[in-house]
Ligand binder design. Structure first.
Ligand code: TXA
Ligand code: MG
Length: 360
């Protein structure tokens, strides 16, 4: 499946958008920046284009894609009904990093996009280049993150090329993405907002926009913290097919260390790193800026200040890729507080660790 992948640099955005839109209109697949991560886009109505997206990524076909629109008004063409609470969320967060799972209007998009489900995931990205591309292509754009399946999502055009050069038609370089983690995926059922995947829009922001009387239900936090009232939990709660797959896995074995007390956290991280070193491999540590200087390891990667999880969110995926580049066999990562975007950050770190979480 080798093909010439065109690179459109930041200084050639106008012709880049034109050519990328033409490629998508012709059934091709093109990577583009959004405010969260780079996406790999194709015409959501075309089964062939969508099949190319799955093939380029090596993605299991039972994991549905998010459809990207230039404007919220276009959602009515894709969804068979949109309730008042969903409209409130659209008004509050679009354009922005919120994905809504809505009942699909039959025939509106290829069945490959929805993986045969009766729902479709929709969002309006808050990125000028993404909006111009979607508008110019003149179609809804199905776009998963532009990484090979199982790799960290790309936050730079370079990451896209690392994974997909020769497998896609082109990549529009818009520089680093802003949020650095994917959108929040929600589904409204019977007046309850279910967070299927935490992301750029926080549970606190959802609660504020929805009003105090609307339950916002998330899974338990990755390190055991709960974000919602247990009575709102539902055995039949909607799920996102994607969450069952291992994601964001670096090549090295990663362990996430959680502790409320910073002193205990530092001691436990160093102990884990020392133990890993005993076994002979190269060991890296992912840490907050404040702690990074004190650790001993083959590599220490600082993610940002401890009380600024937005910076760590932005830095995480590039750091995981760097761990691979540096050939680290073991990675020990500090946990961050699970407030705000910290919940999504910890969700991704726990996945990267494949569930290996140590409580200190
Ligand atoms: O920020 C983002 O959301 C990025 C950018 C490119 O927009 N996209 C992204 O797509 O993260 P992807 O394919 O990597 O993740 C899509 C997630 C998966 O967990 C998938 O299972 C879920 O959305 N999803 C898609 N359609 C769904 C549906 N109909 N019902 C439930 N979950 C759905
Ligand atoms: Mg993805």
């Amino acid at each position: 499946m080798t093909k010439q992948t065109i690179y459109w640099p930041p200084e050639r955005q106008d012709s880049g958008v034109r050519e990328a839109a033409a490629a998508i209109a012709a059934g091709g697949v093109v990577a583009f920046p959004t405010e969260t991560v780079y996406g790999l886009g194709g015409d959501a109505r075309s089964g062939e284009a969508v099949a190319r997206i799955f093939a380029a990524k090596g993605r299991p076909s039972d994991n549905p894609l998010i459809v990207h629109l230039a404007d919220a008004a276009e959602a009515d063409a894709l969804a068979s009904s949109i309730g008042p609470l969903e409209r409130r969320l659209m008004a509050a967060f679009w354009p922005g990093p919120l994905t809504l799972v809505l009942p699909v209007r039959p025939g509106a998009v290829s069945e490959r996009v929805t993986a045969g489900l009766d729902t479709v995931a929709v969002r309006v990205p808050a990125h000028a280049l993404a909006q111009r591309l979607i508008a110019a292509a003149g179609c809804p754009i199905a776009a998963p993150s532009a990484n090979r399946s199982g790799r960290p999502s790309p936050t730079l055009a370079r990451h896209v090329l690392e994974d997909l050069d020769g497998r896609i038609d082109g990549v529009l370089d818009g520089g680093p993405t802003g949020v650095g983690l994917e959108s929040t995926v929600v589904r409204v059922v019977d007046g309850v907002i279910h967070v299927l995947r935490p992301g750029g829009v926080t549970a606190e922001q959802l609660q504020e926009a929805a009003g105090a009387d609307v339950p916002v239900v998330s899974g338990g936090g990755p390190t055991g913290e709960r974000h919602s009232s247990p009575e709102a939990e539902d055995a039949e709660a909607p799920r996102s097919p994607g969450v069952k797959y291992t994601h964001y896995a670096p090549k090295g074995v990663m362990t996430l260390v959680a502790a409320d007390d910073p002193g205990r956290l530092r001691a436990a991280v160093q102990a884990q790193a020392d133990a890993a070193r005993q076994s002979g491999g190269r060991v890296g540590i992912l840490a907050c800026d404040e702690h990074a200087g004190a650790y001993r390891a083959d590599a220490v990667l600082a993610l940002g200040p401890r009380d600024e999880p937005r910076q760590a969110a932005q830095a995480l995926y590039a750091a995981l890729r760097e761990c691979d580049e540096r050939g680290l066999d073991y990675i020990v990562a500090e946990s961050f507080p699970e407030r705000g975007i910290g919940a999504a950050l910890m969700n991704r770190m726990a996945k990267a660790a494949g569930g290996r979480i140590v409580r200190a």
